[in-house]
Design a protein around this ligand. Structure first.
Ligand code: AMP
Length: 397
């Protein structure tokens, strides 16, 4: 159970509450194209408004690297928030984030008001967790609330440093929900517990595989990272994604799975192409027999059945990473099959953010999952068993 203070433990009436949200949303030509993260932040904001707090929101967006990049301004987020909350969310437009506009706006706030600060990463100190910017942020508020799960694996001023300079800190509802789902899955799963990993690189998920092998009953590996395992088993993988320097590690993990009694499943057939494009001529071959000049871009039909069957009776499933190059519709079948299998599971299904979350939402299965994480990187670090600095920094209950 989470032993951190939450917004339910706070008395915020009349207090200035700085809330770190994750408003790192995609924006195209000034228009937000996916506002799931904004929607996910609303319960905490509404709770604080209703309790009479002066709510000061902050977030980063993209990677401006300490420079002011107008295309990464949070101005469109303030507009979208105003629409969703039905009240004006004033945008404190200061290039230095905590400047004259922000200070004046905070000064003028009444209980229940909401304002939004500019992109915290316009300040170069933010990602270095430097004290001066942490202090400036803290100077605006009495209480700090961290609801930015997607940024909680980073020790930055607005996620960690600021907590040193406020009287009280707590996690928001989104953070609480993320930790509860992911934490319960990993520490207290209803069994059988299955994990599905996909995506491009083994190297990104080394510690996740190692840690999950201690916890799961079934581990399924698909996507580009599967070919390093196929190679470890003596297969030929043609031009498929391969990390030669991770083949030994893959062998160790296969051995570890057998020692731990974990059912370890790899693709048995593969959709292959010679050219990396959606309408490329394709074929289907056994995974370990990919000819020279061809590359695997999706799991094949037999693998789809194998994986679906293995997941059928699972009671807890965690999924991170696509089964193939799902951005090309012709090679999205494997990823779609996993999304569909999860939609039919009678148990807890957790999607670890990023591409898998996009795939599930695209297919309209979003509502059928128990939890879709808002943080790809953070959820992976959680699955590695790491303590998230943004969570650790918040006061205990
Ligand atoms: P990741 O960020 O590691 O989760 O990787 C996601 C990316 O992996 C997506 O852009 C997919 O297109 C890519 N991917 C998945 N399977 C393959 C594959 N067989 N070959 C090349 N790329 C793949």
């Amino acid at each position: 159970m989470l032993n951190k203070k939450t917004v339910d433990d706070l008395n915020v009436k009349g207090k200035r509450v700085l809330v770190r949200c994750d408003f790192n949303v995609p924006v195209k030509d000034g228009v937000i194209t996916d506002d799931n993260r904004i929607t996910a932040s609303l319960p905490t904001i509404r709770k604080l408004m209703n309790d009479g707090a002066k709510v000061i929101l902050c977030s980063h967006m993209g990677k401006p690297k300490g420079e002011v990049k107008p295309e990464l301004s949070l101005a469109p987020v303030a507009e979208r928030l105003s629409e969703k909350l039905g009240v004006e969310v004033k945008f404190a437009k200061d290039d230095n984030v905590v400047g004259e506009n922000a200070k004046a706006a905070v000064e003028a706030m009444k209980d229940g008001d909401v304002i939004l600060l500019e992109n915290t990463r316009f300040r170069k100190e933010e990602t270095k967790n430097e004290d001066n910017f942490s202090k400036e942020l803290a100077s605006l508020a009495d209480i700090y609330v961290d609801d930015a799960f997607g940024s909680s694996h980073r020790a930055h001023c607005s996620t960690v440093g600021v907590t040193k300079y406020v009287a009280e800190s707590a996690v928001g509802y989104l953070m609480e929900k993320e930790i509860e789902y992911l934490g319960n899955a990993v520490e207290n799963p209803v069994r059988p517990f299955a994990a599905i990993l996909g995506g491009a690189k083994v190297s990104d998920k080394i510690n996740v595989i190692n840690n999950l092998l201690e916890k799961v009953d079934i581990l399924i590996i698909g996507g580009g990272m599967a070919y390093t395992f196929i190679k470890a088993l003596g297969g030929t993988v043609g031009n498929s994604l391969l990390e030669e320097d991770k083949v030994e590690y893959a062998k160790e993990m296969i051995f570890k799975a057998s020692q731990k009694g974990v059912k370890f499943l790899l693709p048995i057939d593969t959709v292959i192409v010679k050219e990396f494009k959606n309408d490329a001529l394709s074929d289907i071959v056994p995974t370990g027999l990919i000819p020279d000049g061809w590359m695997g871009v999706d799991i094949g039909p037999e693998t789809r059945s194998l994986f679906t069957e293995a997941l059928k009776d699972a009671k807890t499933v965690v999924w991170n990473g696509p089964m193939g190059v799902f951005e090309f519709p012709n090679f999205a079948k494997g990823t779609e099959a996993i999304a569909e299998a999860l939609a039919h599971i009678d148990g807890t299904t957790i999607i670890g953010g990023g591409d898998s979350a996009a795939a599930v939402n695209q297919l309209g299965y979003g509502d059928r999952m128990s939890h879709i994480s808002t943080g790809g990187g953070a959820s992976l670090e959680f699955l590695e068993g790491k303590e998230l600095p943004g969570v650790a920094a918040v006061q205990d209950k």
